[in-house]
Design a binder for this molecule. Sequence first.
Ligand SMILES: [Zn+2]
Length: 377
Amino acid sequence: METIVELSRKYGINAEYASAAFYPVFREGLAGARVLVLSDGNTRRYADPFAAQLADRGIAADSFVLPSCEPVADETACAAVEERAKEGYGYVLAVGAGTLNDIAKYVTFRLGLPCGVLATAASMDGYASGVTPLIRNGFKVTENAHTVRDILFDMDILRDAPRIMTGAGVGDILAKFCCLTDWKLSSLLTGEPLNADAMALMRDALDGCVASLPNIRAGGVAGLNDLMRALLVSGYAMVIAGNSRPASGAEHHMSHFLEMDFLRRGKPIPLHGVKVGLGTLVSLHLYKRIAALAEEFEGKEIAAALAVPLPTPEWAAEQLAAFGCPTRFSEIGVPKNVFRDMLFNCYKIRDRFTIMTLYHERGLMEGAADELTDLFY
Ligand SMILES: [Zn+2]
């Protein structure tokens, strides 16, 4: 199996681990550019020493800290970073995970500058992605961006991340069971093309990560490395597929649906991987219950057969709970009516056939909603 470094190189990304040499490939690529080191109230403790280390090596670097501990990738944050980055910087390094990486990718894409990230948590699969989710006028939109040039890993930092963030990363990976199955379901029922290479790459990384769950729980370097590998592969599988099919299915639509609702209510948005992990439980249950349904409908046998190799939602819930991740939607502050609304309407979020679409097109959700509420709300 290729290492993160080898695999990333194929996709034009320098993945580099912390060492005594202090990221030589990253530094050489800077070619004298001034670096803006972007962080927030939480990650500043890694950003300031990093900027100092660069300065020690003769590289001009300034730290720019977003005022909040939980920044949102919205117009205000992007404008603030853009304004600062225009002051003669040639490279922006985000020190963080999802949000800071998204802001840096988007701003530098607009300014035509390279960017990179010093990963502070194995919490989501957007590190290697070339698009970026942003909040605009209170709505979630996906904007074009570019991929980062460098992804820097310091295992001491990743090990230090709150346990629930690692759990969120696990949730975003367990979701791939459902994403890949939704893709197969669509291919068999609607004729949507599959991409065998993207599927195989994602599947291998998923299996590797599942085999490593005890190591990930133990919080050691080996486990975090396997999780990080799967999170990066997810980005590369999307590049191969030319769309987000290998990494996003109904569970992601559920997460996006809820995110819009949190935004509308002006509430802080729970971690992406936490919401996706919850959606994964729902999707797994929707697949597993099909074989026992009394009604006959088109695609029933196909969906029931696809459900057989899937893990049970009980198993998945146990894995999430081991990281302190919630296993019920009520735990993250989703109102009950919003949960029900999500079950009936999240399939509309994208024109993409998933297990949720099957339930709606065959009129099966009425019969499933109470059961899902009992189990997961
Ligand atoms: Zn995701």
